[in-house]
Ligand binder design. Structure first.
Ligand code: MF3
Ligand code: CO
Length: 251
């Protein structure tokens, strides 16, 4: 069963997402050569707690940090550590919080200093994939329309679509039904209804899509060492179409 959220619940997920996106905005400014990924993590945790939210990843399946920071060939779930960012790094930062019983979750890919043309294009296309997926979050559509849109856009650009990780429903838990893969067939899967909330998170590679997990038990890297990018947002299906949560403008 995929939960359909009411107005008041959407409002709470929206607030949690706004905390996440505010902090990610700060992190994107802080992600310059010389800063360590552990310092970014400490900033995120402090800002989160300051507004009365709780980091959602910390302790989740024993994950040891508040952020996932994945550099270059790291795809997702990179653990913050004393490593310093350097010019040219392509850095995906994923953050989630719990606020007032509801969750928010988003990811951005940042360019540290000057990134190669390949890296810049990869991040841009991955972000476009996310937006294409979000366009499919509307009542009457089907769940797999989301992944189909993501995959089609990435493939057209000649990029790899990671299949080992997926987006997810989100609400009173970080990960809820359904799983939202970044591939699929148009018109397949459960019907999308008003109030369904999805975290959509394409993970796209410049080379092959195969990944493996490092000895730390978390960090997923591309098997061929190619660059990866990751962007994530939360969207709810409304009668007027998709609505992205945690936006800053007044509606
Ligand atoms: N943002 C990731 C996701 O959407 C969560 C990281 S999993 C954790 O699935 F264990 F690190 F928290
Ligand atoms: Co997520």
């Amino acid at each position: 069963m995929i939960p359909c959220r009411g107005e008041d619940e959407i409002e709470k997920i929206d607030r949690a997402c706004r905390v996440v996106r505010t902090v990610l905005g700060e992190l994107s400014e802080l992600a310059v050569p010389g800063i360590t990924t552990a310092e970014l993590d400490a900033h995120a945790e402090a800002q989160c707690r300051k507004v009365g939210a709780t980091p959602a990843f910390l302790g989740y399946m024993e994950y040891p940090a508040s952020l996932c920071i994945s550099v270059d060939e790291e795809v997702v779930h990179g653990i913050p550590k004393r490593r310093r960012l350097k010019d040219g790094d392509l850095v995906s930062i994923d953050f989630g919080v719990r606020l007032d019983g509801y969750y928010g979750d988003s990811a951005i890919t940042c360019e540290v200093g000057t990134v190669t043309e390949e890296g810049r294009r990869l991040s841009r296309v991955t972000r476009e994939c996310l937006l294409k997926g979000i366009e499919q979050v509307r009542p009457g559509g089907h769940l797999q329309d989301i992944g189909h849109a993501v995959e089609t856009h990435a493939r057209k650009a000649g990029l790899g679509v990671v299949r080992d990780f997926a987006g997810h429903g989100i609400g009173t838990r970080l990960h809820e039904e359904p799983e939202v893969p970044n591939y699929g067939r148009r018109g397949r899967g459960p019907r999308i209804e008003r109030g369904m909330v999805f975290a959509i998170e394409p993970m796209i590679t410049a080379g092959k899509a195969a990944v493996r997990v490092l000895e730390d038990g978390w960090t997923a890297v591309t098997r061929d060492g190619s660059l990866a990018a990751h962007w994530e947002l939360v969207a709810v299906a409304t009668d007027k179409g998709p609505r992205v949560l945690g936006e800053f403008e007044n509606r």
